[in-house]
Design a protein around this ligand. Structure first.
Ligand SMILES: Cc1ncc(COP(=O)(O)OP(=O)(O)O)c(N)n1
Ligand SMILES: Cc1ncsc1CCOP(=O)(O)O
Ligand SMILES: [Mg+2]
Length: 219
């Protein structure tokens, strides 16, 4: 497992896999890694445990080759079994405090937030970072929470500052390359995305552009 305190650039872009007819989960992760992303979440919503484990083993190997952080969506037990780097949990998943008891302090745990109250609850439960969204409508996730837009992030970041909550927060949901400068201006730490890379004509090149855009907007 990598050092949680490593270079924060590493944690500015999280690529999340998504089922497509064009690319396998493994190839999707490979393209993001080739493009320079160093934080990958394997999200296989409708797959069985067996199917997910088989893919996770391969994506984990690839991530290790690239020195990337490897997270799995939802599946705490699989994260423990494979010694992945961490898990991302939402409202309908295992509570973060329970996952922390199972995984201990050496695994990353991300929590989904749509409001400042969600952020505070995850902070108190011991989350390492927040995935906050949706920024705008996306077809990648069903049953979306209310859209936040730029104003939603500004408000949440401002409340975090006011209450002294220091936790990395990545914006998520329908984000494209063009959105990055304005999103970072709101004070969030980074972004998480999927569709804009997988729909691009050249996903590796699109990832490169996103990585460069994030570097240019580095504070
Ligand atoms: C970085 C990041 N943020 C939010 C989510 C959404 O998690 P969740 O609300 O549990 O929904 P599913 O992804 O499980 O459908 C995420 N996965 N990653
Ligand atoms: C998992 C998730 N949670 C909120 S929006 C979303 C999907 C992000 O994917 P995309 O970048 O394709 O909108
Ligand atoms: Mg979930």
């Amino acid at each position: 497992m990598e050092d949680k305190t490593m270079d924060m650039n590493h944690f500015k872009l999280q690529f999340i896999t998504h089922f497509t007819d064009t690319y396998s989960y493994l190839d999707s992760a490979r393209m993001a890694l080739e493009g320079g992303c160093r934080w990958v979440q394997l999200r296989m919503k409708h797959a069985s445990d067996e199917e997910t484990e088989a893919v996770a083993v391969e994506v984990q190997k690839l991530c290790r080759t690239y020195g990337a952080t490897f997270l799995i969506d939802d599946r705490v037990e699989l994260v423990r079994k494979l010694k992945a780097d961490g898990v991302h949990l939402g409202k309908n998943d295992m509570p973060i405090a329970e996952a922390r008891k199972i995984l201990g302090k050496d695994f990353l745990i991300g929590g989904t937030a749509n409001t400042f109250d969600d952020v505070r609850a995850h902070y108190e439960a011991g989350a390492d970072y927040i995935g906050c969204g949706p920024f705008r409508f996306t077809t990648t996730k069903e049953k979306l929470s209310p859209i936040l837009g730029l104003e939603g992030y500004r408000s949440i970041v401002q409340q975090m500052k006011a209450e002294g909550i220091h936790l990395p927060i990545v914006a998520i949901g329908g984000i494209t390359l063009e959105d990055i400068p304005a999103i970072l201006q709101t004070g969030v730490t980074g972004i998480a995305l999927s569709g804009t890379i997988l729909r691009a004509e050249n996903p590796v090149e699109e990832t490169r552009k996103i990585v460069n855009q994030l570097k240019m907007n580095n504070e």
